[in-house]
Design a protein around this ligand. Structure first.
Ligand code: G6P
Ligand code: MG
Length: 214
């Protein structure tokens, strides 16, 4: 039986995936090139430093570690400007209702995000207390598609991977869940998230009952 649900943050609970894209784009533009929405799909679920490396490669730039640290900090500053405007109204459609069903069914929940800003965002949207465990970018050595973030979440909840379902908007995150031996609901476009067990446009389309019979 399913005992626990593990949620990605950016693009699943809130639409910060767009803020990440806007901030990276602003950085790329400042360096004289652009990044497409299609390219951005590869960045979802990928750590800040790995994202920067992929973007610089895309722009054909090789920079020093110091320059890279400076750019990563600048991007994060722009990103946090957008995050600072967030309120509970930014919670994505269906999330609050779905969490109500999860609590009523007494299932455990964990956050599984590569972001180092995850706690800050949960605070802003008033969802810090909605998770029994929070695994974020400060607690892991390897980003998605490595399963570490989800395996740590399941371990902290005291459940087996096979008793867990992951909710993810990123190709790398779906791969991480699969490598970890978990079932996974993709949030987004079925043509992009081909490895998910089920894909919905948002949690508003899904009832908990459908997840429990997975
Ligand atoms: C999530 C997002 C990525 C982001 C990463 C690190 O995985 O999907 O787009 O790069 O977190 O986020 P951070 O807030 O630490 O820069
Ligand atoms: Mg995501």
């Amino acid at each position: 039986p399913i005992k626990a649900l593990l949620f990605d943050l950016d693009g699943v609970i809130v639409d910060t995936a767009i803020f990440h894209y806007q901030a990276w784009r602003r950085m790329a533009n400042s360096l004289g090139f652009d990044i497409s929405e299609e390219f951005n799909e590869q960045l979802k679920g990928i750590s800040r430093t790995e994202s920067l490396d992929l973007i610089l490669a895309q722009g054909g730039l090789t920079l020093s570690d110091e320059q890279k640290a400076d750019l990563a900090a600048r991007k994060n500053g722009w990103y946090l400007e957008l995050v600072s405007q967030m309120t509970p109204a930014d919670i994505l459609p269906g999330v609050t209702d779905f969490f109500g069903q999860v609590k009523a069914a007494r299932l455990k929940t964990a956050l599984g995000s590569v972001s180092k800003n995850a706690r800050l965002i949960l605070e802003r949207i008033g969802m810090l207390d909605d998770f029994d465990a929070i695994i974020d970018g400060t607690k892991i050595a390897r980003g998605k598609p490595d399963p570490e973030v989800f395996l740590k979440g399941a371990a902290e909840l005291g459940v087996q991977p096979a008793e867990s379902v992951v909710f993810e908007d990123a190709v790398a995150g779906i791969e991480a869940a699969k490598r970890g031996g978990m079932r996974v609901v993709g949030i987004g476009d079925p043509a992009v998230l081909t490895k998910a067990d089920r894909v919905v446009a948002s949690l508003a389309e899904l009832s908990l009952d459908e997840v429990l019979i997975f």
